[in-house]
Design a protein around this ligand. Sequence first.
Ligand code: GAR
Length: 218
Amino acid sequence: MGLEVSYFLNVSEGVETMRLAVLASGYGSNLQAIINGVKSGAIDGQVVVVISDQENAFALKRAREEGIEALFLDPGVFAGREAYEREIVAKLQKQQVELVVLAGFMRLLSPYFIKAFSGRIMNIHPSLLPAFPGLDGVKQALAYGVKVSGCTVHFVDAGLDTGAVILQEAVNVYDSDTEETLQQRIHKVEHRLYPRAVQLFIKGKLHLEGRRCLVNES
Ligand code: GAR
């Protein structure tokens, strides 16, 4: 039997919407893709809070411009990783968040966080996992000399980019590629893949069988 991984849909005025949080450390183009998905109706959810560990993250500016609560939480002022995460989890719970979307959030989450949102945390990574996990996925792929890379949306577990794969798409690597050009093409694919993965979750179309995440597209 598969485990259905969709939770607590809100029903307001007959429209189902899921409360989403996005955690981002940087530019926030994936955040923007998700916001755009919400606005266009491709995602039956709402981004209720954006949290960053970087004060100047452009992602926070994007959120503010969209009228979304945008919080900078400084890891430097907390006693350790778990104390920091307790603060994030408290903010997410206060906002009744149902799905946590990591979009370029460059911190490894502890078992405490994973347990608090078990089965309800997604990440996007710029390689075909399990190849090139961790930092600089695009740079690692180029340095290795692969001819095909891509991106992966996966559930988050306590490992480094080790959770069950939700969606993946390949991107060719050309001889002329630099980190920048390959990153740009991967980004384009990410912006299509991530909103789709979020919507599949919201609609209860993802089912875990062991490590395999089966997608019911019907
Ligand atoms: C994305 O390419 C994402 O795959 C990567 O960070 C970028 C964030 O871009 N994430 C990781 O490398 C996680 N290990 P964005 O801020 O424009 O969305």
